[in-house]
Design a protein around this ligand. Structure first.
Ligand code: MN
Ligand code: MN
Length: 295
């Protein structure tokens, strides 16, 4: 009874008003619902796989060479034993662009299954290869969190500096120009093979063998006028740009030099790119080599 005494000092009416006030605050119809437990992150949007999942990747610890990672900002198939993605796929529209600064916060991806090696921010240090983004920083500038997500090491590949900073970057820049003329874009890129030549010469692996240096870096860009039901809007007339570049610091800085067909990339990698597009449309757009402008 001793502990109840302080309450008894309040007149009963005051207690009733206090309880009513608290209750009213909790159930106010205009107020947002208060969280009642741990906040569950919402599932990543499906938009990054709209045109397909090129390798049928799944988020299954028993698939370490084709492990699906779905982020709000992009989707990728990770190869644990190469320490790099097989492919990364993302949707690019004006909504993804804003004024967030480049975060430069390269870091290990802690979302990999426990026990898997996490490539570190310094794993490429001194190698003569850049930490080359698959999904580029400049494609994700609407929020700081979106930009920061591109700096996860699961989004990186060891890329010859001249490839990354010139050839590849020039196509990244060209791709973004379509956003200001009423278009949206899908980009799927990746790397394959083993062994490249950076500023310190040839290397097959980095970080004591835990990161494979790919021999080739490829990219496919699909340009659509802004709209909905995007996979069904890819037609035989859709511009599809495909490149396959050597991971070699002596390459040309003109990305147009490396244009190829999607079919050739599929043959080299074993992937089925644009698998969500009708097979008849795939047959046409995947066999064609782009010859449009390059800037
Ligand atoms: Mn880059
Ligand atoms: Mn295909």
């Amino acid at each position: 009874m001793q502990k109840l005494l302080p309450f008894l000092r309040f007149p009963p009416l005051a207690i009733c008003l206090l309880l009513a006030a608290c209750q009213k605050e909790a159930v106010s119809p205009g107020a947002p619902a208060l969280p009642t437990g741990p906040v569950t992150p919402s599932p990543p949007p499906p938009e990054h796989l709209t045109l397909g999942n090129p390798s049928g990747a799944v988020t299954d610890i028993n698939q370490p060479t084709n492990y699906l990672l779905r982020k709000p900002q992009y989707a990728l198939s990770y190869h644990r034993d190469r320490g790099i993605p097989n492919w990364v796929s993302w949707h690019l529209s004006p909504d993804w662009r804003g004024s967030a600064a480049r975060q430069d916060d390269f870091r290990a991806d802690a979302t990999l299954p426990s026990g898997w090696y996490q490539v570190q921010a310094n794993s490429y240090t001194g190698s003569g290869f850049d930490r080359g983004h698959n999904c580029p920083s400049a494609d994700r500038t609407s929020t700081v969190a979106d930009n920061s997500a591109t700096f996860l090491m699961t989004n990186m590949m060891p890329q010859a500096p001249r490839n990354n900073q010139q050839t590849w970057a020039n196509l990244e820049d060209y791709t973004r120009t379509f956003l200001t003329s009423g278009n949206e874009v899908y980009v799927i890129c990746g790397s394959y093979g083993r062994g490249g030549t950076g500023t310190n010469g040839y290397a097959a692996t980095l970080d004591q063998g835990r990161v494979t240096v790919p021999a080739r870096c490829w990219k496919v860009v699909v340009i659509l006028p802004t709209g909905s039901d995007d996979a069904t809007r890819v037609t035989t007339g859709t511009r599809v740009i495909a490149i396959d570049t050597p991971n070699d610091n002596s390459l040309s800085t003109n990305w147009g030099t490396y244009r190829t067909s999607v079919d050739a990339i599929e043959t080299a990698t074993g992937l089925d790119i644009l698998s969500a597009v009708s097979t008849t449309v795939q047959q046409t757009v995947e066999s064609r080599v782009d010859n449009g402008p390059t800037s």
